[in-house]
Design a protein around this ligand. Structure first.
Ligand code: SAH
Length: 519
């Protein structure tokens, strides 16, 4: 029974993650972040029993039975629940049922929404000067109908003396809850706040008082899932509390067009700057139709020069080229030693890092700036190029500038296709939905092909791109975007992901801090 944490997938515990990584089956709820499913082995069964699941939501009895059946198959089952499993999650009931039927059940506590969502909304639930108690309350029961097990008199007394109350499942019933607390003697001016989708990039919040919050929530269009915080802490305004919403890209929606495999580096950077990331892969990498050309080149790399083999330079311009190199060397029964007498030039820090990780080889040359001409220049400075044999492992769609520049400098160039690229069959449905709904502020392009493919994938609907701001990795990509009428565009001053994210952040008009909007 694993707590998934409040929303942000990073807030699962280490134990919870370890268990997910070796689960045979994962049974998950609506509020457990689906991104966590990626941690489970590909072979694991994934079963959605969530309340928001479109078709049939399982009853509690059916869920219990499902867990039991899976366990009786001898599987390691992770029951993944939003927040903490014991907190309004029926975790104890499920455990008791399983235990009664002879199945051992362990609980991995989780970070609960009632504490985490206020935290990322700038509200510490206790505070040495202000609040010494925090009460976790269900807002599910209607206090005005006399059918509640919550002691509202006691609760009002705690809040009056500075305590904090965190209501779960309470947005719909807030008017009734506020009325009851006021009836129990709490001032209508008591600070209160609501936080929807806490800890997530789409978090929204409003603040006010017991008197004003119900209307403010309606006006802002907030709904479930939300935590309602009542108490003095909801009005705290101390430096540093807004660490979550003051990030440069908070509230900004960015479409990322790289391959699924490559997107993660860029997505991570955007997410940590606070952005909402929508991944729309526009490129798929596939192995070449056959390995003949690559294998012949690698065999030649492995031969001593006297036997007609050996290259002077190996040029790797992407992580994918490094991956292909490492995989094929292994497949052919070679290893990193074939590179012993060869100089290696790479483009990009990430490529250099991949070379170290995959083959324990350090690049001899990593040019500061990547243009075909400057790479050729630097290679020429490091030992000359005249008559030197260069092997380039590249994509099928790689631009011809680099081999041309090397040949101009007198090198003998073998360019071999290490991987093919192709557009996916269709655009990711969520990305399409976001574009249609005008819910995209920026699009990032990391190569000309990402621009062309996105444009082509949209077909008749390419006009959806009109006016969306674009962030480009470099001049060639910017040019392609401009040619297709996209923009306005900001461009990374150097071709790195960090520079791209920085350029995007610099191009983003400052947003009004969320707390100012709220109160
Ligand atoms: N076991 C969960 C709570 C389950 S009850 C936990 O410990 O967090 C479901 C309620 O949790 C929702 O109605 C909402 O009040 C709250 N909740 C869950 N995730 C939330 C989030 N990301 N932001 C705000 N509230 C959330």
């Amino acid at each position: 029974m694993v707590g998934a944490g409040p929303g942000d997938p990073g807030l699962i515990t280490v134990t919870g993650r370890d268990l997910l990584c070796r689960a045979d089956a994962v049974v998950f709820d609506a509020l457990a972040n689906p991104a966590l499913m990626a941690l489970a082995p590909a072979s694991a069964r994934r079963l959605d029993v969530g309340k928001r699941a479109r078709k049939h939501k399982l009853t509690q009895d059916q869920t219990n039975q499902l867990l039991l059946d899976l366990a009786r198959e001898g599987l390691t089952v992770v029951r993944l629940k939003g927040g903490d499993p014991y907190l309004f999650g029926r975790g104890a009931e499920e455990c008791a049922f399983l235990t009664r039927h002879g199945v051992r059940c362990e609980v991995v506590p989780g970070v609960t929404a009632g504490i985490a969502a206020p935290a990322t909304a700038g509200i510490p639930v206790t505070h040495r000067k202000t609040a010494s108690t925090v009460t976790i309350v269900t807002g599910h029961e209607d206090p005005t109908k006399g059918r509640t097990s919550v002691d509202y008199g006691g609760l009002a007394a705690l809040i009056r003396t500075g305590g904090t109350a965190c209501f779960y499942m309470g947005v719909g019933r807030l008017p009734a809850i506020a009325a009851e607390l006021t009836a129990q003697g709490l001032s209508a001016d008591t600070p209160a706040a609501a936080v929807q989708w806490g800890t997530l990039p789409n978090q929204r919040q409003v603040g006010g008082t017991l008197a004003t919050l119900p209307e403010a929530i309606v006006a802002a269009g907030l709904g479930a899932p939300a935590i309602i915080v009542v108490g003095a802490v909801a009005a705290l305004d101390e430096p540093g509390l807004d660490f979550f919403t003051d990030r440069p890209l908070f509230g900004v929606r960015v479409l990322v067009t790289r391959t699924r495999h490559q997107a993660s580096g860029l997505s991570e950077r955007l997410l940590s700057a606070g952005a909402q990331v929508i991944e729309a892969p526009t490129l798929e990498l596939v192995p070449p139709a056959d390995w003949q050309a690559v294998d012949t080149a690698l065999d030649r790399l492995a031969q001593p020069r006297a036997a007609g083999g050996a290259y002077d330079w190996l040029v790797l311009t992407s992580i994918n080229a490094v991956d292909t190199l490492a995989d094929r060397l292994d497949e052919l029964g070679h290893d990193a030693r074939v590179l012993a007498g060869v100089r290696v030039a790479v483009v990009g820090q990430a490529t250099a890092q991949a070379l170290r990780t995959r083959l324990a080889v350090r690049a001899d040359l990593l040019p500061e700036r990547f243009t075909a001409a400057s790479l050729a220049d630097e290679m020429a400075q490091k030992g000359g190029l005249k008559g030197k044999h260069c092997l380039l492992l590249r994509a099928d769609i790689a631009r011809p500038g680099l081999p041309a520049a090397l040949a101009d400098a007198g090198a003998v160039v073998d360019q071999v296709v290490a991987y093919d690229t192709r557009p996916p069959e269709a655009l990711d449905p969520q990305a399409l939905e976001a574009l249609r709904g005008g819910a995209v502020d920026w699009i990032t392009f990391t190569s000309s092909s990402t621009v062309r493919n996105l444009h082509a994938l949209l077909g008749d609907e390419a006009s959806l791109l009109n006016g969306v701001k674009t962030a480009s990795i470099g001049p060639a990509t910017t040019e392609t975007a401009a040619a297709l009428g996209l923009g306005p565009t900001v461009e990374a001053p150097v071709a790195t992901l960090d520079a791209l994210v920085q350029a995007l952040a610099d191009g983003q008009p400052p947003v009004v801090p969320a707390t100012e909007q709220a109160v």
